[in-house]
Design a protein around this ligand. Sequence first.
Ligand code: FES
Length: 99
Amino acid sequence: MGSSTTRAPQAPPHLEPTERDGRPAVAVHLADQIVTVAARCPHRGAPLAEGTVVAGAFLECPWHGATFDLRTGKRLRGPACPDLDIVDRTPTGAAPAPD
Ligand code: FES
């Protein structure tokens, strides 16, 4: 029998409704950090907890597809609107996944 190496499967990023300073927010659990953002999309107010994390670092709105960079809050595509409000960022100590 040969040796083999196995990696524990990584859980996909997930979104968790929460609050920050009494305001609704969404905690986005990434590989190496938890990014907390405003609960509503700055375009038309979609609930971002129902959005999708794309490529481990981008949040796509569930209504019209605006996509925000979770490192900066900048809108990268989708309908014109203000950038996403990032209200907190907490490193988890996990190493980021290789590109
Ligand atoms: S409400 Fe988010 S893109 Fe329109």
